[in-house]
Write a protein that binds this ligand. Structure first.
Ligand SMILES: [Zn+2]
Length: 311
């Protein structure tokens, strides 16, 4: 399984000082800016330098986080201020905190809670886009600029991590393909982020197997098994549809298949629905289905194959 973590914590960041100076200049959070100032090497900042920093844009959130990690590696003063706080951030990322709670924390009275909320939302990626978009669209919100910056940061982060491989990734939660999600914003260039086509998450994604098979098998006691590039998923365990590309009915009754057919017939998913007519449904030799049930399957799928026992 390939797990695509946000790129904030990895790799060397040779221009870390420049990034932290720019964040210090643009963040608009006085208490936080003071801790950034403590992380970098500094003499008195010249007016010339301040004007130069002001002209450069605010760095993306993942760049800031990577720069803070780099600062901790090379500078004692940065380590003292930031090491345990970055560890606290990592612990928060692992907790099951609702995105809405993190959004609330963006306005916490303590700067560290605000910092952690911003970077935990970055870590949520696509899942955090909808509530952030709502904030970005609210002119009266004091968080409008922060929300816009986080959306830009999520777009940049998921683009650099996922865009090139997006057609090869699978969301293990939905067993669904991944895709680009264009996100329109008024008065701003549209943003695109990448994630699961259904739940939109961009945190845990895996390489998509060559084939995803919907299996109806009362003898199969586990939900999923992957072998030789094929992921077989048991409908009796999962009970929900996913982005499969063929069906195998190994052991099921007419009633089972009819129930499955009703669920398929009610499926309105615009990605899956047109694919059913292209699919092959295989009925195993141990499965005795009535002619009527086989006919129902023939109306749903492109091809129905009855496997025979080899003599
Ligand atoms: Zn998903």
């Amino acid at each position: 399984m390939v797990v695509n973590q946000p790129s904030a914590a990895g790799g060397r960041t040779p221009n870390w000082q420049n990034i932290l100076w720019r964040e210090w200049r643009h963040c608009g959070d006085k208490d936080y800016a003071r801790r950034l100032y403590q992380a970098v090497y500094h003499g008195p900042l010249s007016w010339f330098r301040r004007i130069g920093l002001g002209k450069l844009p605010r760095p993306y959130a993942a760049e800031v986080e990577a720069a803070l990690h780099q600062a901790c590696m090379v500078r004692q003063g940065a380590r003292e201020v930031w090491q345990w706080r970055l560890e606290q951030l990592n612990q928060t990322k692992e907790k099951a905190i609702l995105s809405q709670k993190l959004i609330t924390n963006l306005q916490d009275h303590h700067w560290l809670e605000r910092f952690i909320a911003r970077h935990a939302l970055l870590d949520r990626g696509g899942e955090a886009v909808a509530p952030l978009q709502a904030l970005a669209l609210t002119d009266s919100s004091p968080l409008q600029q922060t929300a816009l910056w986080l959306l830009q940061s999520i777009a940049a982060d998921t683009t650099s991590r996922l865009a090139q491989a997006i057609d090869t990734l699978l969301c293990p939660r939905c067993l669904a393909h991944c895709q680009a999600h264009p996100t329109p914003l008024p008065w701003q260039p549209d943003l695109t982020f990448y994630g699961c086509r259904i739940c939109r998450q961009s945190h845990f994604l895996q390489t998509r197997p060559d084939a995803l098979v919907m299996v109806l098998d009362r003898g199969m006691t586990i939900e999923q098994v992957e072998q030789n590039g094929t992921l077989r998923v048991n409908w009796f365990q999962r009970r929900s549809l996913f982005d499969f590309n063929r069906i195998e009915i190994v052991q099921a009754t007419d009633e089972d298949v009819e129930r499955f057919a009703v669920q398929m017939g009610n499926d309105t998913d615009p990605f899956r629905k047109p694919r059913y007519r292209q699919m092959t449904c295989t009925i195993g030799p141990a499965c005795r289905l009535s002619e009527n049930t086989v006919r129902i399957l023939e109306t749903m799928f492109g091809r129905v194959e009855l496997e025979r026992v080899d003599s």
